[in-house]
Design a binder for this molecule. Structure first.
Ligand code: SF4
Length: 252
């Protein structure tokens, strides 16, 4: 059975998602998007700070000068890693290799948690942490972390991991985003959830599960438009791709 991750929920909530893309990406595990430079730098940051990035892998730096020198973005990132290590030390957050990039699975839910460690406030309690690297400014409300209460992606990730942990271990741990900006700033966000927020997420999970079951019944039939298909990474392997644009009727 396909387990429901926060990224699957986000994908299925997109109004123009394609079931076949969901199949290639979440059932077969193929990359839905080619990682951008910013994403690779973020993975490198996480990898150097914690010891591994997503999937428990090590992200290597991009090298220049025939492999003799790190690219400038990665040298800058090394500086930020030192800064971030100092911040984690000062906050008293311990990093243990058994508690980084933890894959949690409980029944039909799953999630990959960057770090499980002691809580910043109650040192004897456990908290879960997600580490972010960003090239945006601290107050960027549109592409960054300037307005976290209205950041639906962050909310879904935070509530999903919190609920998953509760389902597995019976407690709701504090959830933090530790966000490090390229220009050397840090933001610590603790997400707290009302009962309504938990209920809303249960509805999202049910919606996702229903959609997935419907798509499986329909053999994951693709529904991409011509414009979506031509930029789809699975175009060449997909039998359902649209090869001609649709005609839109304009009735006056
Ligand atoms: S090529 Fe089109 S139909 Fe096929 S997976 Fe991609 S978006 Fe969906």
């Amino acid at each position: 059975m396909l387990q429901i991750s926060q990224s699957l929920i986000k994908e299925v909530l997109k109004h123009d998602h394609c079931p076949k893309q969901v199949y290639f990406s979440f059932v077969e595990g193929k990359d839905l998007i080619e990682p951008s430079e910013a994403m690779l730098t973020g993975r490198y940051f996480e990898s150097e700070l914690l010891g591994a990035c997503r999937g428990g892998k090590k992200q290597e730096a991009k090298m220049i000068n025939k492999g003799k020198e790190k690219a400038q973005a990665y040298k800058d990132c090394d500086e930020l890693v030192l800064f971030a290590k100092g911040v984690l030390d000062n906050l008293g957050i311990r990093i243990s290799e058994n508690f980084i990039q933890v894959e949690l699975i409980s029944d039909f839910l799953k999630g990959n948690i960057d770090l499980i460690s002691n809580d910043i406030i109650s040192k004897d309690d456990i908290a879960i942490y997600d580490i972010k690297w960003t090239g945006t400014k601290e107050d960027d409300r549109w592409n960054g972390w300037g307005d976290p209460a209205n950041n639906q992606d962050a909310e879904i990730q935070a509530v999903h991991y919190t609920m998953l942990y509760h389902k597995k271990y019976g407690v709701y741990p504090p959830f933090y985003f530790l966000i490090f900006g390229k220009d050397r700033w840090v933001k610590i966000l603790r997400f707290r959830f009302s009962e309504d927020a938990i209920e809303l997420h249960k509805e999202r999970i049910k919606y996702t599960a229903d959609k997935i079951s419907q798509y499986a019944d329909e053999k994951w039939k693709g529904n991409g438009s011509f414009n979506k298909c031509i930029s789809c990474p699975f175009y060449n392997m997909c039998d359902d791709r649209a090869t001609v644009p649709q005609i839109e009727e304009v009735i006056i």
